[in-house]
Design a binder for this molecule. Structure first.
Ligand SMILES: Nc1ncnc2c1ncn2[C@@H]1O[C@H](COP(=O)(O)OP(=O)(O)OP(=O)(O)O)[C@@H](O)[C@H]1O
Length: 336
């Protein structure tokens, strides 16, 4: 029965993320990578733009258009808009398909049954012929190449936009997992709040993310950085420019980073002793865009005493994992 579902080439894997959606087409690899953002006409709710084009509009729309992120904390916040977004992305990659695609879609491990059903319905309404789900940390572990079929601990820490997923996997199964709704978006929010508190400076979502990317860190840097930040003075109401240092941003991020460190430690504390013993040598692998925060690997290694590796292309790990299982959907159905 191995591969009984695998004869068609129109199978796709989707990482439907809070920040980014990636689509993997079987035998082709990742063919689409766009922000999970949709711009809508305010009065008619008609979709005006999706993905990259819509993200450029975030915070800059006139009254008749709203740019929204339909996924929040790793789950669907707006069902209709998520469906429209998925329909657009699926349509974009499946122009050459003869039949509607079968879709493997990664979902957070902490999701409720109702939330899972919403994702599946959304993909079905968006044009999928069949929808199979895979827990995000499992997809990430497969995507980074961990030998999850071995009787040994494989640990993955995936810091995305809305959720941080931590899991210990052995013999194709999740032994223990923890999902917290604290990740990249919370880090951006911490920066927004800091700017308001320290400088009376109001900044938008995109600026907060840019500060994180350019000067954000979780561990002291060999050479600290500075950045010019523009926004609006909350008292005078006028445009204002300030200079912020990487030390300040690290301080702003500290509490949120600590919550992620805590979740990793809790997972380790719950790990059965034999698997803990494996982790002493094997350590864990980091994936998701949050793995790229400067020094987060160093901090986590220091706080856990374990070796930590950042995967080669952390932003693609989950999508690559969904792609890897497309070759053997029967494995997925047996194990998930
Ligand atoms: N170089 C970087 N440094 C710090 N953070 C980064 C970097 N690159 C991307 N990010 C952050 O990673 C997050 C997006 O990561 P990713 O695409 O893995 O998440 P997602 O899959 O959309 O979210 P989720 O898994 O929570 O649904 C964003 O918050 C983004 O700001």
């Amino acid at each position: 029965m191995a591969n009984f579902l695998g004869y068609f080439s129109n199978d796709i894997g989707i990482d439907l993320g809070t920040a980014n959606t990636l689509v993997y087409v079987k035998d082709k690899g990742i063919v689409l990578r766009e922000p999970s953002v949709v711009a809508l006409d305010t009065s008619t709710r008609k979709v005006r733009a999706v993905g990259d084009e819509a993200k450029r509009m975030l915070g800059r729309t006139p009254g008749n258009i709203t740019a929204i992120r339909p996924m929040k904390d790793g789950v669907i916040a707006d069902f209709d808009v998520t469906e429209a977004m998925l329909r657009y992305f699926i349509g974009k990659v499946s122009t050459s398909f003869r039949a509607p695609p079968r879709v493997v879609i990664a979902i957070p491990s902490g999701i409720t049954a109702v939330e899972k059903r919403a994702v599946m319905d959304s993909a079905t309404h968006a044009g999928a012929r069949k929808v199979i789900t895979i827990p995000e940390p499992m997809a990430a572990a497969i995507g980074v190449g961990l030998p999850i079929d071995e009787p040994a601990a494989n640990m993955i820490v995936d810091i995305g936009g809305g959720t941080t997923e931590i899991a210990v996997i052995s013999l194709n199964g999740i032994v223990f997992s923890k999902s917290i709704r604290v990740a990249g978006d919370e880090l951006d929010m911490a920066i927004t709040n800091y700017m308001k508190r320290a400088y009376n400076l109001l900044i938008g979502e995109r600026t907060a993310e840019e500060i994180k990317l350019r000067v954000g860190s979780a561990y002291p840097l060999e050479e600290e950085l500075t950045m010019e930040v523009k926004g609006r003075d909350s008292v005078a109401g006028l445009p204002k420019t300030i200079h912020v240092t990487s030390q300040e941003v690290r301080e702003a991020l500290a509490d949120t980073v600590a919550a992620i460190v805590d979740a990793v430690r809790v997972t380790l504390e719950r790990c059965p002793p034999e698997l803990s013993a494996d982790l002493v040598d094997r350590g864990f692998v980091m994936a998701g865009g949050g793995a790229l925060i400067r020094g987060i690997d160093k901090l986590l290694s220091e706080k856990t005493g374990l070796p930590v590796t950042v995967s080669e292309d952390p932003l693609s790990a989950v999508a690559n994992g969904t792609g890897a299982v497309l070759n053997d959907l029967s494995w997925l159905m047996q194990n998930m």
